[in-house]
Design a protein around this ligand. Structure first.
Ligand SMILES: O=C(O)CCC(=O)C(=O)O
Ligand SMILES: [Fe+2]
Length: 450
């Protein structure tokens, strides 16, 4: 049985993974010329100066918009119960505002991103202009990933007088509200308001109660995703160590130094806190190949990036998996596997604190093929391996994975999920992943071979 000191140290490790909100917002003073916007689909474009917009001009802008659709799986749907707003695609408007020439890129880099990610080249793609008149809104959704390198969105609110239309952001059971209307009314003119958030943050525009709310949206991507440095390449040391890195590292080092902790080596599991885009090969069934989660290593953000970076620095091998819950195993009954010798504490994940309720998990290293094995148990069908199975003979990952943080939600079966996005798209979908860290035996912890 474990020494209590080890379980206390593990608890400290878990508690040391700090989270900061997955968004950043504020107002930014701007030169008046950056508030000039041209719009229209005809030969002659109209011009509006947002430093002093009048209602008639805003009405004209609203009229030239199309009704905004949203993505429900692979179809673009117009449903005013879900999204009531006007939009212009990027080819139908032009703005002198170039985020790269303002502090906005710095803000994304240094306040949204952290550590290694903050050093990488960023790309901002102008996406859409949205106009919300009185009574307009956009219900809760996540922005559809448009490629493997997209990591977030930037929404700029132009300084038009309006009320309502606050943006509510939700992630990991927490909720934040950004009220650009109030922030702009209080800011020195001319200013814009901005919100930048990670792609897996759910967001909702509450109804506008008066005036016009005008936003310009950008898709944020990493510019270096095409030249993968490989997951095992040494991490680039961050210029500014991210929040919590030192405490996580200290807690992990303390555990590794304890000879009672995974005496013969083993695996530590971390459910990732963010979701990441994976290619929906389950649907296309075409281009399945090994290493289909490889791009995710370079997309890791916030606490996920921190765990990966510290483990790699301590020379522990890290691998990403999709975690599937085997909820279709009719033969499986946890009572069949009651083991008299196992202490209650261990049965509940005791030593490691995270109780997965004896759920047999299949860890899958690649996105499963569409035409995966029709027969056999879930592990065989998906090309994965069992862990956390109460029957030790079925546990194929060398050791039970000891979960430090629980996988957030387990993918059930290999079916696509119904997705509400801001654009119809099924090629890329968000997935919950987990990180498995291999730990060597007590006097030889390193699992990265030279
Ligand atoms: O207008 C906004 O504040 C957000 C728009 C949005 O969420 C989107 O276009 O996906
Ligand atoms: Fe959105």
């Amino acid at each position: 049985m474990a020494a209590p000191a080890t379980s206390e140290m593990l608890k400290r490790l878990r508690d040391s993974i700090v989270r900061k909100p997955p968004y950043e917002s504020g107002t930014l003073p701007i030169t008046p010329k950056d508030l000039i916007l041209y719009f229209g689909k005809d030969k002659i474009a109209k011009r509006i100066d947002f430093s002093a917009p009048d209602d008639a001009q805003l009405e004209e802008l609203a009229k030239s918009c199309e009704r905004a659709s949203f993505g429900l799986n692979n179809t673009d749907v117009i449903d005013e119960d879900y999204r009531k707003a006007g939009k212009l695609d990027a080819e139908h408007f032009a703005t002198l505002l170039v985020p790269e020439r303002t502090r906005l890129v710095d803000i994304v880099r240094n306040q949204l991103l952290e550590g290694e990610a903050a050093q990488r080249p960023l790309e901002l793609e102008l996406y859409k202009l949205n106009v919300y008149g009185e009574g307009s809104f956009f219900k809760s959704h996540k922005d559809t990933p448009r490629g493997e390198s997209m990591f977030g969105s930037l929404v700029i609110t132009l300084p038009t007088p309006h009320e309502g239309g606050a943006l509510v952001l939700r992630h990991g059971g927490e909720e934040w509200t950004v009220d650009a209307a109030t922030a702009l009314a209080e800011a020195a003119a001319p200013s814009i308001a901005f919100v930048t958030f990670f792609s897996d943050v759910e967001h909702e525009v509450l109804p506008v109660t008066s005036g016009h709310r005008v936003t310009i949206t950008y898709n944020l991507s990493y510019g270096d995703i095409a030249s993968p440095a490989g997951s095992s390449a040494g991490p680039i040391p961050p210029v500014v160590p991210p929040v919590g890195e030192a405490s996580f590292r200290t807690a992990l080092e303390a555990l590794l130094a304890d000879p009672n902790f995974l005496k013969y080596g083993g695996k530590l599991g971390f459910g990732l806190r963010h979701v990441y885009p994976v290619h929906q090969r389950v649907l296309t069934g075409s281009t399945w190949k090994q290493g289909s989660l490889k791009h995710v290593y370079k997309l890791l953000k916030g606490p996920d990036a921190l765990v990966h970076r510290v483990c790699t620095t301590l020379r522990l091998r890290v691998k990403l998996y999709l975690a599937y819950e085997d909820d279709r195993d009719d033969d499986y009954d946890p009572d069949d596997y009651e083991d008299e010798d196992v202490e209650d504490e261990d049965k509940e994940g005791g030593l490691f604190g995270v109780n997965l309720g004896g759920v047999p998990l299949v860890l899958v290293p690649d996105i499963p093929r569409a035409n995966c094995e029709p027969d056999g148990d879930l592990a065989e069908r998906l090309g994965g391996k069992f862990t956390n199975h109460p029957d030790p003979s079925r546990v194929e990952i060398d050791d039970h994975v000891q979960w430090v943080t629980e996988p957030k939600s387990l993918t059930k079966h290999a079916t696509p999920v119904l997705a509400f996005g801001n654009e119809a798209q099924l090629e890329w979908q968000y997935a919950d992943l987990c990180m498995v860290v291999s730990v060597g035996r007590a006097n030889r912890r390193s699992t990265i071979r030279e």
